[in-house]
Design a protein around this ligand. Structure first.
Ligand code: BES
Ligand code: ZN
Length: 453
């Protein structure tokens, strides 16, 4: 193991430079004008896997390609680990809020700023470098490895689910390791006990045959903008509880041990508030912020479209309005059931004079980890050795929909061990990744693979 760790130390500058090349490719999955870049990122990654010593291929899908790397030299009696990550990134807009260009990685204060640095290219590439260290310095790995990277995580992983189903034999493994989340705090590595799920919709409200003069018609014809506001306001009460009938029926009551674990983590709500520059925190009454984030569901408007929003005033009665509304779900809940409940709710609250249509965008099931066993133990000791502090168990508010599919279809347990830091601006301007976490994290992954052998 020591020669593998020395290899990492001796090559850190190169590992960093290579990551920056990866980050320069604007693999924005949501925008078709970047389809060529997204493919280029897949090919770049596949080449990197080959240079690390794996066999690798780029596999076409109806959407963005999948990259599949394999190394099976440990033999049929050794465990097989599937490493999953994504090479696509979120759109960088608003561009004028970036302090350095999103696709020109820039170092400031021990961080690299670039879109995808934390989510997820930086974290995915740490695995590639840890594999390379074993294969180049020791000539082998103690485990068989499959690396599966997709280019559609940020747009719902629609083509990955059928791929996993169709290739379950080839992807067969004992465990799945994913680094696409955060550490609890700087210098405080963690392993996840849960991820929230997602149910994402558009609510379309339609009124008259066309936009109308708001003086000539206002007062007689329902306004879709007002109606949509009524609908949105009906989703939560003043205590921050979701008011859809039956919404909480399946919400898991977490065990005391997990509740105590959450309470034991250092958390300063005032610091959190200040860092976010909000006048006050707001959330479901009776729960702490960490509980609100990790073990309670929520509902948010992600965007609204309606009426005249250009310069100056235009007296118009719009004939349509649309809101993008998403629910973060917790273990026990399912996107399908939430859709049914929301449909019933809309029927109940839709004001007269408009028609309301619900369109489903995408969803993902929430995940609850198995936190005992060899996998978590190996991760904990690898993280402690690399970071010098024991790893903590934590939940996460974000979603990685494919995790539950992996566990079900491959009959393997997933381990989520992330290296981003809170505040690293995922999906926002000025996304960054801490260089210290990148470097120590590669060491942690080297030890983890070693420990699983
Ligand atoms: N890496 C994130 C998930 C994440 C975010 C984990 C924050 C931990 C902390 C992932 O790439 C992501 O953004 N997922 C989407 C899923 C959606 C597009 C189905 C999300 O959570 O919005
Ligand atoms: Zn991600």
């Amino acid at each position: 193991m020591s020669e593998v760790l020395s290899f990492v130390d001796a090559n850190l500058a190169r590992f960093r430079a290579e990551l920056y090349d990866f980050l320069r490719i604007p693999s924005i999955s949501a925008k078709s004008e970047h389809d060529g870049d997204t493919r280029r990122a897949a090919e770049w990654l596949s080449d990197a896997l080959a240079r690390a010593g794996l066999t690798s291929e780029v596999i076409d899908t109806p959407g963005h390609p999948i990259v599949l790397g394999e190394w099976r030299g440990a033999g049929p009696d050794a465990p097989t680990v599937l490493i999953y990550g994504h090479y696509d990134v979120q759109p960088p807009e608003p561009l004028d809020e970036w302090e350095s260009p999103p696709f020109e990685p820039t170092e400031r204060d021990g961080r690299v700023y670039a879109r995808g640095s934390a989510d997820d290219k930086g974290q995915l590439y740490m695995h590639v470098k840890a594999l390379e260290a074993h294969l180049q310095a020791a000539g082998s790995l103690p485990i068989n490895v499959v690396v599966l990277a997709e280019g559609e995580e940020e747009v719902g992983s629609v083509n990955l689910v059928p791929f996993v189903e169709a290739n379950a034999g080839r992807l067969a493994c004992d465990s799945v390791i994913i680094s696409d989340s955060n550490m609890y705090a700087e210098g405080m590595p963690s392993v996840l006990f849960s991820l929230r799920g997602l149910a994402y919709f558009e609510i379309h409200v339609k009124g008259a045959r066309s936009d109308l003069h708001s003086g000539q018609f206002g007062g007689t014809v329902a306004n879709p903008g007002n109606a949509l506001a009524t609908i949105i306001a009906s989703l939560k009460d003043a205590d921050g509880r979701i008011t859809i009938d039956g919404f909480y029926d399946d919400v898991l009551e977490w065990d005391e041990e997990t509740r105590n674990q959450i309470r034991s983590l250092p958390f300063d709500a005032e610091e959190y508030r200040k860092e976010l520059k909000v006048p006050a925190l707001s959330g479901e009454k009776g729960w702490t912020p960490l509980e609100q984030l990790w073990i309670r569901p929520t509902c948010d408007v992600n965007g609204i479209l309606c009426g005249y929003t250009g310069e100056g005033a235009k007296t118009v009665l719009p004939n349509k309005a649309m809101a993008k509304v998403s629910f973060r779900l917790v273990p026990g809940q399912s996107p399908e059931k939430v859709k049914t409940l929301l449909e019933a709710h809309l029927e109940k609250v839709a004001p007269p004079g408009v028609t309301v249509e619900l369109v489903e965008l995408h969803g993902g099931r929430p995940w609850k980890a198995k936190v005992e066993g060899k996998l978590v133990e190996a991760a904990s000791s690898a993280l402690e050795a690399a970071f010098g502090t024991p790893a903590v168990l934590q939940g996460e508010g974000g979603s990685i929909p494919i995790v539950v599919d992996f566990e079900e279809k491959l009959k393997a347990s997933a381990l989520l061990v992330g290296f981003g830091l809170p505040g690293c601006n995922l999906h926002a301007p000025n996304e960054w990744f801490a260089l210290d976490a990148y470097e120590k994290g590669i060491g942690a992954l080297v030890r983890l693979y070693g420990g699983l052998g």
